[in-house]
Design a protein around this ligand. Structure first.
Ligand code: IYR
Length: 223
């Protein structure tokens, strides 16, 4: 039974002084607030071991019934990156020339995005996160739970880990992105969730001067 599958063990937890908790919460906010989405990458290589650790960090995310319903595909092979770029640009060209509404295009305008996705070949790594709507155990379907929530949390943790490690990333959402299953030969229980180029920023890269919402705009306290 399941109680034998995951025997309970004592929690490893070191209680901190509340003053240290306050200080660290502030520092963590400041550190994460310095993260920016970057669309222009340097081609400087990043060792595979770094990407492995970022994936392991992301994979510590909580998940429905601890199913960890994700696969992180890390691509550095130039030929595969080039195939991904071609396929993504084909879809994005259609998006930017008729498939996206005027309101959507207007909302994207300040970010200066377009159908050209050079970063898909320039960034040293493309990490494609797949969600597993169910598990395949020797061909047998096994249910997963709260898959979107679980994979969303893992993706956020991946982005935070990359930032804290000193790299930049982009949350890219080619749409539709079924071509990724084909190019990467993924099994039929896996659907692409996000494509995240990771690496160092290009020299002198500029980012839009975005302001983040203040606490009053994103939180309500009930005390
Ligand atoms: N998938 C398109 C459009 C796009 C969508 C969002 I949401 C963005 O934040 C930025 C772009 C693209 O990647 O260009």
């Amino acid at each position: 039974m399941s109680e034998h599958k995951h025997p309970f063990v004592p929690l490893e937890f070191e209680k901190s002084e509340i003053s240290d908790v306050s200080q660290r919460a502030k520092e963590i906010y400041e550190e994460l607030d310095s993260r920016r989405t970057v669309r222009e990458f340097s081609s400087e290589p990043v060792p595979r071991s770094v990407i492995e650790d970022l994936i392991l960090a992301a994979s510590t995310a909580p998940s429905g019934a601890h199913k960890q319903p994700w696969t992180f595909c890390a691509v550095t092979d130039p030929e595969i990156k080039s195939r991904i770029r071609k396929a993504a640009e084909k879809e994005e060209y259609e998006n930017y020339h008729g498939r996206m509404s005027d309101e959507w295009l207007n909302d994207l305008e300040p970010l200066q995005t377009d159908w050209n996705k050079a970063f898909l070949e320039i960034a040293p790594w493309l990490v494609i996160i797949f969600r597993k709507s169910y598990d395949l155990d020797d061909g047998e379907k096994k249910k997963n739970y709260y898959v979107q929530e679980s994979v969303g949390i893992a993706s956020g943790m991946f982005l935070s880990a990359a930032h804290r490690a000193g790299l930049v990333a982009l949350t890219h959402t080619p749409s539709p992105m079924n071509f990724l299953c084909e190019i990467l030969g993924r099994p039929k229980n896996e659907k692409p969730f996000l494509l995240i180029p990771v690496g160092f920023p290009a020299d002198d890269v500029k980012v839009p001067d975005l302001k983040r919402k203040g606490l009053d705009d994103v939180a309500e306290f009930y005390e």
